[in-house]
Ligand binder design. Structure first.
Ligand SMILES: CC(C)(COP(=O)(O)OP(=O)(O)OC[C@H]1O[C@@H](n2cnc3c(N)ncnc32)[C@H](O)[C@@H]1OP(=O)(O)O)[C@@H](O)C(=O)NCCC(=O)NCCS
Length: 178
């Protein structure tokens, strides 16, 4: 019980605000990054990741588990990027599985996903500096994770109805990415 408590993630109570100045096409509004409720993010998850696949529905097992954390990036209250962390140890090491990472298709490639991933990594690191984050990355997105210091941990495998994947992981004890 104690071990589980140690790995409960505190919600990111502070809202992180970014404006994506470095990108040529500047996003005019402030992007607020914060913890979120499942209902705030699930429509975007469905639009980007579920529609057109054989996932039975937009909710994942564990979405309402007390240890599960949802995160979102919001522009004027609209969710434009989302991700979910579920407490799942990996190889006996305290770990969290990152699931459902998605950015609004009209806003991909502008740095929002990177900023949300940083917030998630920082939240997890604050709880357990030696924990591991891992995910089953869709193959086209593997580069995104690699850019942030995640490393492949498996051969390619196919999830029926979704496509090729590779397990990626990041040990939080490593230096944070730039
Ligand atoms: C992967 C994803 C969440 C990244 O979010 P984002 O807001 O686009 O991320 P950023 O703008 O911070 O970074 C994008 C970088 O990731 C790279 N990338 C890797 N895979 C990508 C993908 N499938 N789609 C878009 N960009 C991808 C881009 O080339 C870009 O690199 P660059 O900055 O060197 O050009 C988002 O692109 C997305 O929702 N893709 C479709 C759904 C998906 O594959 N989700 C991941 C499931 S494991």
């Amino acid at each position: 019980m104690k071990a589980v408590e140690k790995n409960v993630l505190s919600p990111a109570t502070t809202v992180r605000k970014i404006s994506l100045m470095k990108h040529e096409e500047k996003i005019p509004d402030v992007v607020a990054l914060r913890s979120a409720d499942i209902e705030e993010i699930v429509s975007l998850r469905e639009e980007v990741l579920i529609r057109g696949t054989t996932y039975p529905n937009k909710y994942f097992d564990g979405d309402t588990d007390p240890n599960t954390r949802h995160y979102g990036a919001f522009i004027n209250g609209r969710c434009v990027c989302c991700a979910t962390l579920m407490h799942k140890d990996i190889d006996g090491v305290p770990g969290w599985q990152l699931r459902g990472m998605a950015t609004d298709p009209t806003l991909q490639g502008k740095g929002i996903g990177s900023q949300l991933l940083k917030l998630i990594e920082d939240s997890a690191r604050a709880e357990n500096p030696k924990g591991v984050l891992w995910c089953n990355a869709q193959l086209p997105a593997a580069r995104f994770y690699e850019k942030h210091g995640w490393r492949p941990e498996s051969e390619e495998f196919v999830i029926d109805g979704v496509g090729p994947h590779r397990r990626m992981a990041k040990r939080l004890g490593n230096l944070p990415h730039a």
